[in-house]
Design a protein around this ligand. Sequence first.
Ligand SMILES: [Zn+2]
Length: 433
Amino acid sequence: MHQKFSSVTIWLFLLPVLCSAQQTPAGAAAPVTAVRAGKFIDVQAGRVLANQIILVRGMKIEAVGANLGIPDGAKVIDLSKMTVLPGLVDCHTHLADLADAEPLNVLQRSAAETAYLAIPNASVTLLAGFTTVRDVGVYRAFNDVAMRDAIARGIIIGPRMYVAGAYITISQGAGAMTGLSPDIQLPLDLRYGEANSPWEVRQKIRELAHRGSDHIKVLSTGAVLTHGSNPKSIEFTPEELRAAVEEAGNFGMRVEAHAHAAEGIKNAIRAGVASVEHATLIDDEGIALAKQHGTYLDMDIYDEECIQSSPNTPADFLQHDRDLAEAQRRNFTKAVRAGVKMTFGTDAGVCPHGINARQFAFMVKYGMTPMQAIQSATVNAADLIGHSELFGSIAAGKSADIIAVAGDPLADIRELEHVRFVMKEGTVYKQGD
Ligand SMILES: [Zn+2]
């Protein structure tokens, strides 16, 4: 499932060099770029404005408005025939892993080989309009930290990444590399986050905090895409989950919990996690608890399409998934109707990277308005990640993360599957028809 580069994509990779507004001599003010937006989706207010001008200086948005003067010498980007919106955010990706239906194939690649093979995962995600991701776990511990830092340093291109560093999981649990003979001992990076008591959970989180994780991923129940796992089983106990939230909080980090089973979801919400991932079998009590605690649900309701259609999906994964997919979509509708806070998270890597936006149409089909779906991937996502000051809307002082589509995504949400313009931190990465 590795993406091949087309000649068009290679050209796009050169664009940042050609268009960068950041090649400024020390001491000189960064040049201004003016973006003319025909339609402008104000995600904070939930409305559409016409004929806005966005002034970008360096990496930041300087001003937004209808009657702004364009400074002399400013570069003008004309998106007056397009709809402009903030860069999208996917809150559940796995960019630094192989996008492979069989986790055991990780064992056929060195860590370095995996890291190189994952580079296109980052670039195709950015070019699809996702300027930020919350990456929620990697089999080779810290490949995600390395990828985040390589992007931030401009060595490779990709979204701004917030990374977990490793999965915090029980031994042989949902985040472990399972399916091996019991006499095989895995290297440390393939079992880094295994923990089996509140104090072991705390120890792992202390190590992850020191080694560059931005947030903590715990696995509260079994999983669909893990050998020998039962998505309906409880893994971490309430005591272990509370220890995770408290210890992560000591380092200023939030916790997201993978959970399918209803009790595992409620254990995680009661423990104080910031978000529940998948939330597949959430029941009415769980929905009420999520509302009460302000917990985000991050429900990946599209990827069933990829799991069931991939010729490489292992048979046990297919069986896990078949039981759960429809229930998850029904519960998504219930959660939306109940007014639970929701974010956009796809589990990218299950589906090929770069098609993240296909989930929007499913979110609308199962109960969101198009504006709610867009807000889940912008303002809500920034709030969950804890960086609303930096991204999630187009406003003065925020990072210049701006995308555009040709049509009106509020009339046809699938417009977001064809992003025509991508700017991240003031640099244009894609500008086409
Ligand atoms: Zn995942």
